[in-house]
Design a protein around this ligand. Sequence first.
Ligand code: AHM
Ligand code: MG
Length: 342
Amino acid sequence: MNSIPKQKKQISLSQFIIEEQLKIPGASGEFSALLNHLVYASKIVAREVRKAGLLHDILGSTDETNVQGETQMKLDQYADNAFNQSLKICGHLCALASEEHEEIIPIPSGYAIGKYTMAIDPLDGSSNIDTNVSIGTIFSIHQRLEPSSKAPGTEKDLLQKGSLQRCAGYIIYGSSTMLVLSTGKSVVGFTLDPSLGEFLLSHPDMKMPDSGSIYSANEGNASYWGKEVQDYIAHIKSIEGGKKPKTGRYIGSLVADFHRNLLKGGIFLYPNDTKSSKYPNGKLRLLYEAAPMAYIAEQAGGMAVTVKGERILDLEPKSLHERTTLVIGSKQEVLEFLSFVK
Ligand code: AHM
Ligand code: MG
């Protein structure tokens, strides 16, 4: 008699969120509900990214620039709207900040004000949109400074250190769509099953290899970098004493570069320009990019520092769109980088 093939037990992200909530006595469910709104919007964006090449009105750039002075791609705006529409009225946020908006996005009147803040980069790596290269969304959640307050949140609520994040994560729109997050206990990864429309637990406890052979940096900028960074890069490429040089891999989408290094081990660097005025403090944004990725890296056993060697999660943000340098990856690789920092 033919036996019925055993079905592998698959946990959906919604089930996972509920089970995690049940482990916390007295949890109100507010945080779980917030995550569900984020997940819903991410599915809308994933759907649009999947068929972007078919929709002539979604690829390419708009006539507008964002707060950073960068050209906004149509898909950038689409993703920004999708997340904002879902999140600002969800009732669990007191303030929302997006990389695409100069000011905080207010909670519309008539909607409940919650105890969390979120900073989001709706579509990271936008320069890759038109060429079908992986892009992503990055998010960071803090609890507001006065959790019981029902007043609208302020910039202060968002300008908290990365170490105080309650949750951080990213969605990668790659060959499959994955959501990777941490609430401070471990790092978990879910893969979107398009036939079910559900994220399923695929990577239960993600650990970054302690060391790795990949380095990722935009070396076209190397002449602008400080001496410490140049010396470090020369060192990892050197073959002196029979040493094997590291392997260069750079996509130009932080989410994709980080995700690969998280799985394979390695180091990602975005240093500042010391000899041009383009990115004197580095390109990446502390709130929307560096802090959430640093949180994931540390939870997975890796490290994240600035080119001066400061721990990213200890930086006190001073403004919503502050930029920072970022050196992030496997512990041994970041420690080796630090040995070059005076
Ligand atoms: P974006 O948020 O405008 O897309 O910019 C951030 C991106 C990162 O994903 C990536 O690491 C970096 O910019 C790439 O910059 P560059 O093209 O200078 O190498
Ligand atoms: Mg970005």
